[in-house]
Design a protein around this ligand. Structure first.
Ligand code: SAM
Length: 272
């Protein structure tokens, strides 16, 4: 199964948009959207931490790779003066991203359907590139990082908030939110990523292991999801990922607990 099918096949965008419109006639807030547009471990809190990194960098032209339903893009657009472009290989995600933005008061930003392994931009087009749980789906990490280096300015920033392979990758449980089976998941280890970053012309400035926080967040979400089963239907990641989401959440907890995966935030600078 292609990766865009993994994200598209169960997407209920029409009913989701109707539900958002009915529930929030004045427009949903970033927090109200978070269950369906912050599709990474750590949710909106993790995106807030990424924004703190952006405040230190103060970029002017940002590219987000694998922008999904657009949660981080809307946060950046509403809180920073930078221009931002999103790209995603899943066309229906891009359509949903733009449709959600139209429900809010946040100005629209361009989103382009393309593959991160072949970026449709000229050299030195951006001063910052962000990945949030999207490198994990990309088969050729080296090529993708080389493309990032090409379209980034010299001294431009690369921010990664990613799931990496843990010390016990053989203990991996599927499905997970980014893959129904191993052929869709392209996790690499911290050491392998470090080497690829260096080989692609990036200097690592900062690396933080966010796994413990990620696990606690996922455990809190699981508690909330149990409570919500007894209430009126809420917006939920299952409207994007389908009923398999009920297995994906527990599998993320198992994979973090058993050391199959880790969650990291890395900040790098493009050299030369
Ligand atoms: C786990 S989702 C994360 C979405 C979003 N960053 C978030 O945190 O909510 C991974 C995203 O990467 C996109 N993606 C996967 N492979 C890609 C590729 N080769 N090029 C561009 N986008 C890709 C998927 O379509 C999906 O939107």
């Amino acid at each position: 199964m292609d990766i865009d099918q993994h994200y598209s096949d169960h997407m209920e965008e029409t009913s989701l948009l109707d539900q958002l419109h009915q529930r929030y006639p004045d427009g949903p807030t970033l927090y109200q959207l978070a269950p369906i547009d912050q599709l990474h471990i750590g949710g909106i809190k993790a995106s807030e931490k990424l924004l703190q990194q952006l405040e230190l960098i103060q970029p002017g032209r940002i590219l987000e790779i694998g922008s999904g339903a657009g949660g981080l893009m809307r946060m950046i657009r509403s809180q920073c003066s930078a221009e931002i472009i999103g790209i995603d290989i899943t066309h229906r995600f891009n359509a949903l991203n733009s449709a959600i933005t139209r429900l809010t008061r946040i100005p629209a930003s361009p989103v382009i359907t393309c593959d991160a392994q072949q970026l449709p931009f000229t050299n030195n087009s951006f001063d910052c590139i962000i990945f949030q749980h999207s490198l994990l789906n990309i088969p050729d990490t080296a090529r993708c990082l080389q493309e990032c280096h090409r379209v980034l300015d010299n001294e431009g920033s690369l921010l990664l908030h990613e799931v990496l392979e843990g010390p016990d990758p053989q203990r991996m449980h599927y499905p997970v939110p980014w893959a129904r089976s191993a052929d869709q998941s392209h996790l690499i280890s911290y050491t392998a990523l470090y080497e690829l970053l260096q080989a692609s012309g990036f200097q690592l400035k900062r690396a933080e292991n966010w796994s413990e926080e990620a696990l606690q967040w996922r455990q809190r979400q699981a508690e909330k999801e149990k409570e919500k089963k007894t209430e009126a239907p809420q917006i939920s990641p299952s409207q994007i990922l389908g009923e398999d989401f009920n297995k994906m959440g527990p599998n993320v907890i198992a994979n973090l607990t058993e050391g199959a995966v880790e969650v990291w935030q890395l900040s790098c600078i493009a050299k030369g």
